[in-house]
Design a protein around this ligand. Structure first.
Ligand code: NAD
Length: 487
């Protein structure tokens, strides 16, 4: 098997196996080939990982942030040196084209280690609070053992986006990747330890939805950070609440992307395509409700159809391929069922909707799909599809589109394309979302906070803000005089 790791789990600085766990088959979505066979964590493996993290964390927390940061920055360098190998593994794990993974996956993980390795020393400071003689100060202290639970769309990036701020702040992590994409996180653990991370601080265990609760309910776990769907988020939040554990929730979305009639149409179409077809549409922040002002609707759709039909679909390992398969058969079936609902409820299929020609029929390929004349109440306009399906809706004026854009339980992202700078800021001000873009879409560099509002979650990843979510404040009041007691 071409991607078989040394063992299923990485605990306390080494690969560990426990064949008693149920089998997880890793399938290459482009061919249906089994590329690795792993075992889900048994309760003994979960205990081993948490015990290692608990043991290693205090010494790590006692190091200076600069010394911790040096190790993370070394890990970033190794990731960049090994970018090709890591990208190929990410392509095997997910089916995403190498054209994407080589620029977007390990590199964004490396950015994260580099950024948090650098800012740790400057951003973990507290405050001095003068009290007229007495004074107080605050310290940002790590939480302890943090659990990360990942989705399957950006396995390496998610493993790094959670690991980097957690480690920079002095925590230890136990990370569970999605059962669909178990391979990348093991390499991240290996690289971190190769960079000098002391044993036990970044552990990876495999498992599915039955393994997650063993981590979330564990009394030694201080925090859970999830990237996943809203229903999973609810379950984990509820379980974490029982132990009053900290949580970060990066959940799903149904984000609006608004194109006004004065926008640069080629850019707006490019933004809409990136925000619906990149990673075969498997991106949480995608702008899947594309509101186009009526005057430019026909021109928008004609050019969108032309550009969509020119997308190169094929072997993900071929550098010319722009669109790969979906991550799994189950996910593709789900997307097809939404396409059928779209047609049944009266949306107009502009392009796509089926299986592309000239691809490996064992692969889980799907055509990039555009629906027009979509209305707000249609299922495809309300529910997260998580595939390459763009819904185009028409609108007439600004107030109307803002109200319709906000009429959703989700609040992850939103975008506006317009040449009117005042309108751009006025509209984003009113849109209910955590991450917004003006005249671009889906760019998430590590320097800026990323996360959702409403049902799309809370807490933020990336930027200095993420450090706050992996630390808590300790306040120290210092009495400088005699204690005056009334008794
Ligand atoms: P999912 O919710 O099915 O699974 C996510 C992870 O949670 C997996 O590792 C899974 O094993 C685990 N899990 C499931 N049930 C659990 C439970 N009860 N307790 C503990 N762990 C449990 O999501 P998915 O299908 O892997 O990913 C797709 C979803 O993730 C989409 O909704 C997408 O929008 C969302 N997502 C969000 C972001 C973001 O940053 N906001 C990024 C990527 C994906």
């Amino acid at each position: 098997m071409r991607a078989q790791p040394k063992a299923s789990h990485f605990i306390d600085g080494e690969y560990v196996e426990d064949a008693a766990g149920s089998v997880i088959e890793s399938i290459y979505p482009a061919t249906g080939e089994v590329i690795a066979r792993l075992h889900a964590a048994t309760p003994a493996i979960v205990e081993k990982a948490i015990a290692a993290a608990k043991r290693a964390q205090p010494e790590w927390a006692a190091m200076s942030p600069t010394a911790r940061g040096r190790i993370l920055k070394r890990a970033a360098e190794i990731m960049r040196e090994r970018n090709r190998e890591l990208s190929e593994l990410e392509t095997l794990d997910t089916g995403k084209p190498i054209q994407e993974t080589i620029v977007a996956d390990p590199t964004s993980g490396a950015d994260s280690f580099e950024f948090f390795g650098g800012v740790a020393a400057a951003a973990l400071n507290g405050d001095y609070i003068p009290l007229g003689g007495d004074f107080a100060y605050t310290k940002r202290v790590p939480l302890g053992v943090c659990v990360g639970i990942g989705a399957w769309n950006y396995p390496q990036q998610i493993a790094c986006w959670k690991g980097a701020p957690a480690l920079a702040a002095g925590n230890a992590m136990v990370f569970k990747p999605s059962e669909n994409t178990p391979l990348g996180a093991l390499k991240i653990a290996e690289i971190l330890h190769g960079a000098g991370l002391p044993k036990g601080l970044y552990n990876v265990i495999q498992g599915d939805r039955s393994t997650g609760p063993l981590l979330v309910n564990h009394p030694d776990v201080a925090k859970v950070s999830l990237t996943g769907s809203v229903p999973t988020g609810r379950k984990i939040y509820e379980a974490a609440a029982a132990g009053l554990r900290h949580v970060t929730m990066e959940l799903g979305g149904k984000s609006p992307l608004i194109v006004f009639d004065d926008a640069d149409l080629e850019s707006a179409i490019g933004g809409a395509m990136l925000g619906n077809f990149y990673s075969t549409g498997q991106v949480c922040s995608n702008g899947t409700r594309v509101f186009v002002q009526r005057k430019v609707k026909d021109a928008f759709l004609a050019r969108l159809k032309e550009r969509t039909e020119a997308i190169v679909i094929g072997d993900p390992m071929d550098e010319a391929t722009q669109l790969g398969p979906m991550v799994s058969k189950g996910q593709r079936d789900k997307v097809f069922s939404y396409i059928e609902k779209g047609k049944a409820e009266g949306a107009r299929l502009v392009t796509g909707g089926g299986i592309p020609n000239a691809v490996n029929t064992e692969g889980t390929y799907i055509q990039p799909t555009v629906f027009a004349d979509v209305t707000d109440e249609m299922t495809i306009a309300r529910e997260e599809i998580f595939g390459p399906v763009m819904c185009v809706l028409d609108f007439d004026d600004e107030a109307e589109v803002v109200a319709r854009a906000n009429a959703t339980e989700f609040g992850l992202s939103a975008g506006v394309f317009t040449a009117d700078i005042t309108r751009a800021h006025r509209v984003v001000d009113q849109l209910e979302a955590g991450t917004l873009w003006i005249n671009t879409y889906n760019l998430c560099p590590v320097e800026i906070p990323f996360g959702g509002s409403k049902q799309s979650g809370f807490g933020r990843e990336n930027s200095v803000a993420a450090l706050n979510h992996y630390t808590e404040l300790k306040t120290v009041y210092v009495g400088m005089g005699k204690v005056e007691a009334p008794y």
